[in-house]
Design a protein around this ligand. Structure first.
Ligand code: ME8
Length: 707
């Protein structure tokens, strides 16, 4: 049986997962389900990238150890994937001990072949991207644009320069290695312009895997993380079963976001060549999800989370939206409006109504048994056309999905669905049912048989993308097993004779658009407020999370999808979901309950935080947000717009003219779509977490710095 093994990136644990991470993992899940329906032995690996300076700093800022920090956030990734029903087979955390040994082994192999030497690096480094950057320190990072930092330290170097020609030759021999074409061209240009040796160890940080035999060094986080693809499936294990699994699965296909193609398409194959291990089969790069016109990312503060969407409309709706709306390989915009619009038009109207209509007519006119077309009655041209369209949808979807053109594949199925809806309108089975003559009865049987068989087709074809709803349709059709049947072997006419349908329930109850969007925004804002660092939320984070699963549902006028979700075995009802915010492990970055294990910090760290005195000039509530106020604060040199979670403790009018302390050098972030340029400092008074503003005497000049 053909094997197909795919990986997602191993996500950094400096923050909780957002929709960008969910996108990659959902794509991997859909691809693997699709390949399984082609009869392949397909699986995927995901995991978390836990070492390096970025995580070390985030943990320091939270006052806990990097391991505690990583444990809390890695658990969140796993929970998120489980909640979304993503069926990864392997999950690797790079702080696991099984991983340490494997990275050391790859290094030893590279060293044994003479590809490693010791030297000193002095130059620019981007901590955000964990990337060595050419040029003077301070030069903007080519990936994220942030200012690079100066780094001077003794390192082990990898002779990347020696792999320029072998890599170019490899790309030439494997034109499909990097896709899409645009990314391949970028990589070719980068390698053709010359490769410099690469530092692969660090001495100035401790949070990493020690270099065997020279433990002052820890491995460069990208060497460490990339090796996770090997360790996650058994590489380096002494157990024969693990070794066998590794040999069966490796090499992998790597699915990545476009910003990390260079690591996967240049460094990684070079490392593997040096270690004399087989190279990956290929790199499949996707574009970015944009929100409010910018890349969705934690640091820009414009993230959307999957969980509220899943709670309001189900995980399938999110999967469908991402695969249908985004042209795979290119950037795609996310918006709540578009999400709800697609849900209503494609899922509720087109597919959901088709299913409900057909099943209801079978129930009403044939006592719940799929009718069999009368023998000896010739099919009309329109009947044959539906058969043809079903087979065409199957072939188009198969070809498109094999090529990662998910939107195109889904479009083909929706053309078929539209054709089928038109067919029902033209054939008017409800009118045929009014007539009692034998010919009308036979015609009615044929039409509903064709519609039922077509529904079986759609369930199978859509199972990779809409697994839960496809299975519900499958059950309603009364069919055995599940909808994940073979796509390549799918042929017309296999619905059993006199097949008894089961209880009918809507696949996608229609959502009232404005209410649904409002509900989504509300849940997102609450989830966001619950995850802010304690002072940033100024009370909002420390207060009990507002979005407990139960209250969220009660407050949800738009949550008509709940009954449908409850019916779904794979998707527990939101009200009983154990993984709601209230019961998730503490957000390491946010929770005041985590013991401050590394509470003392050098004075330099404190100096990075720029706190200034300001005066509130305007204050107003943000519509629909119970905790948030939008403030304008005069800090001497400028007026800053700041969003603060203090609305439950302070009335806007009382704040005007009040002196406050703000953190002035935070990156901007958006709360409820409103940009916040800084943070108001407040004490969080237990047990309720009530915010109490920190202030200074009224005559302190605006802009004075706190040191
Ligand atoms: O880069 N749109 O981890 P990371 C689409 N640890 N995809 C997005 C996205 C967005 N707005 N934001 C994130 C790392 N992603 C390294 C990887 S691999 C050995 C090490 C997805 O947490 C996308 O897949 O920054 C992107 O490549 C990945 O998350 C980056 O995750």
């Amino acid at each position: 049986m053909a094997r197909f093994f795919l990986t997602t990136p191993l996500y950094y644990v400096n923050a909780r997962p957002h929709l960008g991470h969910a996108y990659s993992t959902i794509v991997a899940d859909a691809v693997v389900r699709f390949r399984q329906q082609l009869g392949e032995n397909a699986s995927f690996l995901t995991g978390t990238d836990e070492h390096g300076q970025k995580i070390q700093r985030a943990a320091e800022a939270a006052g806990i150890t990097p391991q505690q920090f990583a444990d809390a956030n890695a658990a969140r990734f796993r929970e998120e994937w489980d909640r979304l029903g993503l069926r990864y087979s392997y999950f690797i955390r790079t702080s696991e001990s099984r991983h340490n040994a494997a990275v050391g082994e790859v290094f030893r192999r590279m060293q044994a072949k003479g590809h490693i030497y010791k030297g000193e690096y002095s130059g620019a480094y981007c901590v955000h991207d964990e990337l060595y950057v050419e040029g003077e320190p301070g030069t903007p990072c080519p990936t994220c644009g942030r200012a690079t930092e100066k780094l001077t330290e003794e390192n082990y170097y990898f002779r990347l320069s020696a792999f320029q020609q072998p890599l170019l030759q490899f790309y030439q021999e494997h034109p499909e290695f990097i896709r899409p074409e645009a990314r391949r061209n970028e990589v070719l240009a980068f390698v053709q312009s010359g490769l410099r040796d690469l530092s692969i160890s660090r001495t100035s940080i401790r949070w990493g895997i020690p270099v065997p035999g020279d433990e002052r060094h820890v491995f460069y986080v990208w060497l460490d993380a990339l090796c996770g693809y090997l360790t996650g499936i058994g590489y380096g294990s002494p157990l024969p079963a693990d070794q066998q699994r590794f040999h069966e699965l490796w090499p992998a296909w790597h699915l990545v976001g476009k910003e990390i193609v260079r690591f996967h398409a240049v460094y990684w194959p070079a490392f593997l060549m040096a270690a004399e291990l087989p190279l990956p089969r290929g790199i499949i790069a996707h574009g970015w999800l944009l929100f409010e016109e910018e890349k969705m990312s934690k640091s820009r503060g414009n993230v959307v989370r999957a969980e509220p969407i899943q709670r309001v409309m189900g995980a399938d709706a999110l999967r469908y939206f991402l695969l249908r709306e985004v042209s795979f390989g290119q950037d795609g915009s996310f918006s709540y409006d578009a999400l709800v619009a697609r849900y209503n038009s494609d899922l509720a109207n087109d597919w959901g109504n088709l299913a409900a209509r057909t099943l209801n007519m079978i129930q009403r006119y044939f006592g719940g048994k799929v009718p069999y077309p009368a023998a000896g009655v010739a099919w009309l041209h329109q009947d044959l056309e539906i058969m043809r369209q079903a087979e065409q949808a199957r072939d188009s979807l198969r070809a498109a999905f094999l090529d990662y053109h998910f939107a195109r594949g889904l479009e083909a199925v929706w053309q078929f669905i539209a054709g089928l809806n038109r067919y029902l309108v033209d054939q008017e089975p409800w009118a045929l049912a009014e007539k009692s003559d034998a010919e009308s009865r036979s015609r009615l049987a044929t039409v509903l048989h064709i519609a039922a068989e077509s529904l079986r087709f759609t369930a199978i074809l859509l199972a990779p993308v809409l697994p839960e709803s496809a299975n519900r349709l499958w059950q309603q059709l009364g069919l055995e097993g599940d909808a994940a049947q073979r796509i390549d072997g799918l042929t017309w006419g296999k619905i059993p004779v006199d097949q008894a349908i089961t209880q009918i329930s809507p696949l996608f109850p229609r959502l009232e658009k404005a209410a649904a969007v409002e509900q989504l925004r509300k849940l997102e804002a609450e989830a966001e407020a619950a995850s802010l660092p304690p002072a940033a939320a100024a009370g909002a984070a420390a207060a009990p999370p507002a979005a407990t699963p139960a209250s969220a549902n009660q407050a949800a006028p738009a949550n008509q999808a709940a009954p449908a979700n409850q019916a779904a075995p794979a998707n527990p009802p939101a009200s009983s979901a154990p993984a709601g915010k209230a019961s998730s492990p503490p957000d390491a970055a946010a929770s005041p309950a985590v013991p401050p294990a590394a509470a003392r910090i050098p004075i330099d760290d404190f100096a990075k935080v720029e706190m200034r005195v300001g005066e509130v000039k305007t204050a107003e509530r943000i519509p629909g947000a119970t905790k948030l106020l939008k403030l304008t604060v005069d800090i001497g040199t400028e007026a800053r717009q700041i969003v603060a979670g203090i609305a439950e403790a302070y009335a806007p009018a009382d704040l005007i003219g009040q002196k406050v302390v703000i953190v002035a050098n935070l990156e901007p972030r958006k709360l409820r779509g409103v940009e916040s340029n800084g943070m108001i400092v407040a004490a969080s008074v237990e047990p309720s977490g009530k915010p109490v503003l920190v202030s200074v005497p009224a005559d302190t000049p605006n802009g004075s710095r706190l040191r």
